[in-house]
Structure formats: structure tokens, C-alpha cells
Design a protein around this ligand. Sequence first.
Ligand code: AMP
Ligand code: GLY
Length: 423
Amino acid sequence: MNVLLIGSGGRENAIAWKIAKSPRLSKLFITPGNAGTAGFGENVNINTNDFSTIKSFVLEKQIELVIVGPEQPLVDGIHDYFLADDKLNGIPLIGPVKAGAILEGSKDFAKFFMQKYNIPTAKYKTFTKDTLTEGYRFLEQLKPPYVLKADGLASGKGVIILDDLNKTKETLEEMLNGKFGKASNKVVIEEFLEGLELSVFIITDGKNYKILPEAKDYKRIGEGDTGLNTGGMGAVSPVPFANNVFMEKVEKRIIIPTIEGLKKENIHYKGFIFFGLICVNGEPYVIEYNVRLGDPETEVVIPRIKSDFLDLMMHVANETLDKASVETDPNAASTIMLVSGGYPGNYENGKIIKNLNLVNNSLLFHAGTRIDGNSVVSNGGRVLAITSYGETIFEALNKSRENADIIDFEGKYYRKDIGFDLK
Ligand code: AMP
Ligand code: GLY
């Protein structure tokens, strides 16, 4: 079958790598893709939010399955666009409709949903410009650190955690006055939770679900989880503390109530759900929902799925996921992200990436790269994810680090301590 994959990051490179292994694939197109996805299909330069050009392309190339990687087109209603179009509504698309994507698109809705369905999460209240004073009073009742969250999508930058009450009040006011544009018209203030975080992924057809391998990502730029937040500096799977007892709690208290809640809200959800969880004294709490796979988690989750990916996607499309099985590789997988010097602040693109051909014992997933003549050059803050398998996440990390030393480009930086808190 002909497949269109929407997106351009390391996540999409890992998905493209996996799809290319399927005997069911005729031709894979990736829009817009990157230098890595070009090895597994044809990159097509269409903006992910340009639904009408996507429509023409899907019809012209007789696409039989569309997989959406990032959240923005889902929140903007790409699935609804397909369902509303006579020519497109028979073509399966993996990713929720707008009413489901709002689980990521509005933190206020996500919190309301969790409260309604008794899903464990931090206590919260939502405020607008008109209720700023009530917001101050709520903050005064909480203990530091204070957690402020812009309601809407803010490219991963919309969460601010502060220790000082006055600074927090100022920041709340700035947010409600447009610090993140419309995304912070509403601000969620919530209780701070202390514990280790992990990412749990499921795929659902709206009725049934399958749990995929869990992962832990490392968001801060500096070693020891210090410095600014990034899109993700590395990831490991499995997560040692996510043992059977813990995962049973996650399934019973979080996954099942989420699926049941979506049904009760009449949200017909076909796609991935990413539960951003935190483990507080052995008990799981939801920090956030995402309506897609994580990046860089996908670069370790997908390599640990042994089952055919297109089979799995067609079971989602046909609502027969109860008949599918997800076989997991007992090997661990770890990934280390090479980033541009200066990231997550200013950085330069166009640096020639050397020694890609010398990589041994690792998979390379391109995040921000492009082909320039005969060279692969950097084209983003996060440049390459180096994924390795091992008997343990630490053995896998050693292989990734060896290759992280070999690959070179001006300004290259990576964290050498991924997994440090799991030893
Ligand atoms: P998010 O953008 O929702 O992923 O939040 C970014 C990060 O902020 C999370 O990965 C957590 O590390 C942190 N965070 C968010 N909410 C809380 C909370 N209630 N308690 C502690 N940390 C939090
Ligand atoms: N790695 C976290 C995310 O994809 O949002």
C-alpha cells in the first residue's frame, strides 16, 4: 500500500525506518521529511498545515494510509478535514480528530477531563485575565515551587516553574497578557509533584488499546538535568522503575479511565496517546497528555516493537486492534541526541556532518538535517538521534556514546549522562 507520513523530525525518521520494513508497503512518502527519511521513501515538500495540497497529493498518489507525526495538524483538525471530504473520508488517517487532540491542545480541558474521570493528576485551577486576583489568592495557598501552564500549544515552552511567589505572580500576569500569544489566554496553576518522570504510550482504535514500550526522556540541556528545557536530549526504554506492579497501576488508574472517558465524551479517538507521567512514592500521576508519539522517545520505542507497523496501523483503522498483538523486543534501546552548539538558544544551521559512514552498531535517526549537494548538513537545534540496542539501557548507551564521539560537525554537543538517574 502507498503510505503518507506527515512530519520531519527524529520521530518521523524512526517511523519511516519501521514502515520501510513492512512487506505491505508499496511506496512511502514523507511530507516534508528530512535527510534521514529520504533513505526510506520520497520526501515531498508540502507544509504539514496545508490540508488542501495534502488532499491533492493523497488523491494523485493513491495514498491508502496517512500517519500524522506531530500534534499541530491534529489540533488544527486534519482528521476532521479528511472525514468531511467525500473523496478523502474512506482513506484511513492515524491521529485523533480535533475533539480528541484537545487533550494536548488545551491543558485546561485535559485537567477537566482527568478530574471528571478520576484520573490521578496534580490539583489545579485555571485562570483568565478577569480572574487574575483569584489566581494570586490560589498561588498564596500553594507551597513553592509553583507550576504555571499556558493552556494552548506553545512549542513545549508553555510550562514555567518558579520558586518565588512574587515572581510567579508577575509571570502569571505576563502570561495572561499574551506572553505566549493566544496560548496563554488561560493559565493552569497546579500543585508541584516530585518524582521521576516517564512516558507511556498506547495506540487505540477508539474501542481497544495496546500498550507500547515505555520510555524516559531527558529534557534539560545540561548534565544532571540542569539548564534550559529542550525538545529532548536522549531517551531510554525500558524504564527500570516501571515494573509490573507500577504498570498495572498505570493501566487501571490512567489508561482504562482515559479510554472510557473518551468514549463517554463521544470522542472517537484513533491514534496514539502519550501519557506524560510522574511516579510519586510509587504512585503514577499524569503530568500531561500528548496526542502523538514523543520525540526522542519514539527513537527508542519504535525500535523495540517487533510486530509489523502497517499491520498495527490497519488494525487501528479497521477498529480491530483487539485482534492485533504487539510483540516487544526484550533488548533495551537508548538514544543520544546530537545538537547544534548554542541550542536551545541561537544556533547556526548548515554545518557539514562528517563520519556518518563510520557509524557502527547504532541506528541513526535524523532530526534536523538536510541534503546539500553531496553533503548532509545540520538544519535544526536537534540534529541526529543515535539509537543503540543492548542487554541493558546502559550497554546501549555506551554504543551510542561511541558513535556520538565519531560523528562530527562544528559546534556538536551531546549529554554524556543520559540514564544517570536510573542506575
Ligand atoms: P509539559 O510541557 O507539560 O511536558 O511540562 C514540562 C515539564 O514541566 C514536565 O516534563 C515536568 O518536568 C514539569 N512539570 C509539569 N507539571 C509539573 C508538576 N505538576 N509538578 C512537577 N513538575 C511538573
Ligand atoms: N519528549 C517529549 C515530547 O515529545 O513532548
